[in-house]
Design a protein around this ligand. Structure first.
Ligand SMILES: CCCCC/C=C/CC(=O)SCCNC(=O)CCNC(=O)[C@H](O)C(C)(C)COP(=O)(O)OP(=O)(O)OC[C@H]1O[C@@H](n2cnc3c(N)ncnc32)[C@H](O)[C@@H]1OP(=O)(O)O
Length: 363
């Protein structure tokens, strides 16, 4: 490693620890002082990124992840925009509901959770990031599901705000490396993922996915654990695990072959074949597809009718259908998380995540 890159890496690391919200600044570059904060200009930042690409020696996965964690901090201002956008969409969503009839649950940063007409609706609300699931969102979704499992609604719905249903795991989740390094990160992530998927396996009431747009990764794999999946004809279903150096999760290694047969499941889970909504419906992953123009109206009319059915009968029927599988599903979940823990530490996976973060690759 050259002296420059050593200083660059050290500076990045110190910057991350000391100034988590400060725009990245590099010692080899001229710094601009604005008020009390020191900020590198956009040009400085781009120069530094180019210098990193020119490093002769690979600084290793851990350092690369730290660099990209800092790279993402350049977008701290974007977080402000995200937050404002989520506030705007929350108020839009509540304005669609009848005044006074809708009970909005407070305290979620990236979800809007409402209960009305016997239906608890959990809406992923990070449209500017295509509803990618951040670490905080995993915890929020778990909390929302646990709360919904005990509330007085009869059915629970998961959907997305904006043009996407969900773009999968937030690929910046892995740039936040704890003191114990990548291994500790992988261990913690596997534990969190196991709990997250466990909440879907154990959910006691009818669980319905209203897939309003494209679904990626874990947004697709968990669909095998829903009771009913309605999709807009604009939705697509993509599990690009091969491209990302990953392996299946969400119990899809078990549910997908069962739902669509092993060959179709392999095309999706090994080769990352993207399905249209109609293909996903033909293969049994989706219950019914609706033209996007009438999707919301048709689906919610139907769900409101379903929500009036006797709640205990619905609950018991779900249990009869699902309970024999529960133990198997928990075992599959544990095994998928064990394999993923290894995958997350692999060069294949780390390089794929960095290619996305450095804007070199998209699906
Ligand atoms: C942590 C433990 C649990 C782990 C569980 C594991 C799960 C596995 C998976 O889920 S694998 C799937 C991971 N997802 C992806 O690989 C999708 C990556 N995203 C894309 O390829 C594209 O963004 C897109 C095709 C979804 C949409 O492309 P489009 O051109 O329409 O839009 P943008 O790319 O401009 O996206 C808008 C902003 O949203 C950010 N973003 C989108 N998806 C993600 C994501 N998954 N992670 C992080 N960020 C995402 C994107 O970066 C843009 O942000 P910007 O405006 O700041 O640039």
């Amino acid at each position: 490693m050259t002296e420059f890159s050593r200083r660059l890496v050290r500076r990045c690391w110190l910057s991350a620890v000391q100034n988590p919200l400060q725009v990245i600044s590099f010692p080899a570059l001229q710094l601009h002082v604005s008020g009390t904060a020191m900020r590198a200009s956009q040009e400085d930042f781009e120069n530094a990124m180019n210098q990193v690409k020119l490093l002769k020696k690979d600084p290793g996965n851990e350092v690369k992840l730290k660099l990209y964690a800092l790279y993402k901090q350049e977008t701290a201002r974007q977080n402000y925009v995200d937050l404002v956008s989520s506030l705007t969409s929350s108020s839009k969503s509540s304005s669609q509901a009848k005044p006074g009839a809708d009970r909005e649950r407070q305290g979620y940063e990236n979800l809007v959770v409402t209960s009305e007409d016997g239906i608890t609706k959990i809406m992923l609300n990070r449209p500017i990031k295509k509803n990618a699931i951040s670490t905080q969102m995993y915890h929020e979704i778990m909390l929302a599901l646990k709360t919904a499992s005990k509330d007085d609604s009869t059915i629970t719905v998961l959907t997305g705000n904006g043009d996407y249903y969900c773009s999968g795991n937030d690929l910046t989740n892995f740039t936040d490396i704890p003191a114990g390094g990548v291994e500790e990160k992988a261990k913690n992530s596997a534990l969190m993922l196991r709990d997250f998927v466990g909440c879907f396996i154990d959910f006691p009431k009818p669980l319905i996915a209203v897939v309003n747009g494209p679904a990626v990764g874990i947004g697709v794999t968990t669909l095998g654990l829903f009771d009913v999946v309605y999709a807009s004809d604009k939705a697509t279903f993509h599990t690009p695990f091969g491209h990302l150096g990953l392996s299946p999760e969400g119990c899809s290694s078990y549910t997908f072959p069962k739902i669509m047969g092993p060959a179709k499941a392999a095309e999706m889970l090994i080769f990352g074949k993207k399905l249209t909504a109609r293909e996903a419906c033909a293969q049994g992953l989706v219950t019914e597809v609706f033209p996007d123009s009438i999707f919301q109206k048709e689906v919610w009319t139907r769900l409101k009718a379903y929500s009036k059915l006797p709640p205990n009968a619905m609950r018991v029927s779900k249990q009869v259908i699902r309970n024999t599988e529960k133990e198997k599903l928990h075992a599959v979940n544990a095994e998928e998380c064990r394999v993923l823990r290894e995958r997350w530490m692999s060069d294949e996976c780390i390089n794929a995540a960095m290619n996305f973060l450095s804007r070199r690759a998209k699906l």
